[in-house]
Design a protein around this ligand. Structure first.
Ligand SMILES: Nc1ncnc2c1ncn2[C@@H]1O[C@H](COP(=O)(O)OP(=O)(O)OP(=O)(O)O)[C@@H](O)[C@H]1O
Ligand SMILES: [Mg+2]
Length: 427
């Protein structure tokens, strides 16, 4: 290991010598070159700093006493130039100059060597310092890598947990949807029959009414009139059909929820894969929900040039709609909704929908994609919007990321691949 650093020019360590005395520089150069290292020279502090920034040497050999900027100042400046990194700085001092040595350490010097310089000692010292500096750098690098890997692992684990959760919720949703579908079907069709039966029954009653005058038995007449009054026949005739209409509306709402649940769990999608321009979809969706947005927010568009992508266009529009409506709902008085888009390496496109609304509480962030999770009052939200959107985006092999700050606003980013694997088109 003590062999000279030679072999590869690119790996040959370089040493910057900063000294005002030519003899010292020449001695240092000879010693350094003998170790197979490359030498740069500077004759004063200021040009030494310039050379340092330009050459980025592996080590600096620095004289203390120089006209103009002294070695302490140079050392301090070098440390300020690269916080944390730490190119080793070896200071040259007089033999008994302990005050200078202490001061040099305070200025961040790595080590010192006393003058006059002797080649073998300098060589030894340089090699030692370089080795430990390289080891430290390697350690720092692998430490960083470790930290990154750890962060990635954490992120992947969260994604895995989330997708596992969504998968099991998806199964549950599919099961529930299936079970509810059947009763909804017959309730709906029964309501239809019931309505037509009732119409017939009321028609019969109306006919009886017309025959009212022809009844001669006064007692029967009185009984009929009493029954009619107590039942409030006029009101009944009106209200029965209002109730029917309301029930039908209720049952349609339930079927819509079931449909959403099915979509969420990837069932029953009759949409076709096609190439589509996301901006078009987004803009037409904005038009549809404009009533929700118009009075609440100013809309800002920052669209990039996007390639068409392979997708289920109407389902993606549903995603945009859910996010847009949520954005509008999050704004309490008046704010801004910003639509931004971008493309990465021609492979992925992303759409961001940002609002300046009230934000999402941190403890809610990992629940917003759960079916039926809502913070909206009963009747205002079902809590299915985002879970549906999640399912749709997953079907596209894309992802939804959320960033939110309470009181400041929320950004939803939908990232989608430009191309789908061949199999997707046949799903
Ligand atoms: N942009 C946003 N700003 C603040 N909170 C949001 C935003 N988007 C979603 N949320 C929160 O996430 C919850 C779930 O959203 P999701 O769209 O799934 O359901 P919902 O809007 O409550 O009801 P639905 O969409 O079914 O009518 C919301 O109730 C709200 O608390
Ligand atoms: Mg919603």
């Amino acid at each position: 290991m003590s062999a000279a650093f030679t072999s590869n020019e690119a790996e040959r360590p370089s040493v910057l010598v900063i000294d005002d005395e030519p003899i010292q520089r020449r001695l240092a150069r000879a010693a350094i070159e003998r170790c197979g290292m490359h030498v740069e020279e500077a004759t004063d502090g200021a040009s030494g700093l310039e050379a340092f920034e330009r050459e980025r040497p592996d080590l600096v050999l620095l004289d203390v006493v120089m006209p103009g900027m002294d070695g302490f100042t140079v050392c301090t400046r070098i440390r300020a130039l690269e916080p944390g990194a730490g190119t080793p700085v070896l200071i040259m001092t007089g033999l008994d100059d302990t005050a200078s040595i202490e001061r040099a350490y305070e200025c961040g010097a790595t080590d010192f060597i006393t003058k006059p310089i002797r080649a073998p000692i300098l060589g030894h010292r340089l090699r030692y310092i370089l080795r430990s500096s390289r080891a430290e750098q390697a350690l720092r690098k692998s430490n960083d890598q470790l930290k990154n890997a750890n962060a990635e692992l954490h992120e992947t684990r969260n994604q895995l947990l989330q997708s596992e959760k969504m998968a099991s919720i998806g199964q549950l949703a599919a099961g529930v949807a299936h079970e509810i579908n059947n009763p909804i079907g017959y309730v709906k069709s029964n309501l239809g029959s019931l309505e037509s039966y009732l119409q017939q029954v009321f028609a019969v009653i109306a006919t009886y009414e017309q025959a009212h005058a022809a009844i001669e038995d006064p007692e029967a007449l009185q009984r009929i009139t009493a029954a009619r009054t107590s039942a409030d026949l006029e009101f009944l005739a009106e209200d029965v059909f209002a109730l029917m209409a309301e029930s039908r509306e209720g049952i349609s709402r339930v079927s819509k929820i079931v449909q959403d649940l099915k979509d969420f769990s990837h069932l029953g999608s009759d949409d076709e894969w096609a190439r589509a321009d996301l901006h078009e979809g987004l803009d037409s969706t904005v038009n549809i929900v404009n009533n929700e947005i118009r009075y609440k927010a100013q809309l800002v568009r920052r669209y990039a040039q996007l390639p068409e992508i392979e997708c289920l266009p109407s389902q993606l529009n549903q995603v945009f709609m859910n996010i847009l409506v949520n954005a509008a709902h999050s704004i309490e008085s008046h704010g801004t909704i910003t639509l931004t888009s971008g493309v990465r390496a021609d492979e992925e496109v992303w759409i961001e929908i940002s609002d300046t609304g009230k934000g999402i509480a941190p403890e809610h962030l990992n629940r917003i994609f759960d079916p039926f999770f809502t913070t909206k009052p009963v009747g205002k939200g079902t809590g299915l919007g985002l879970s549906l959107s999640y399912g749709i985006v997953q079907k596209h092999r894309g992802r939804i990321d959320v960033h939110s700050e309470v009181g400041r606003g929320t950004t939803f980013r939908v990232t989608l691949p430009v191309r789908q694997p061949v199999a997707a088109a046949t799903r």
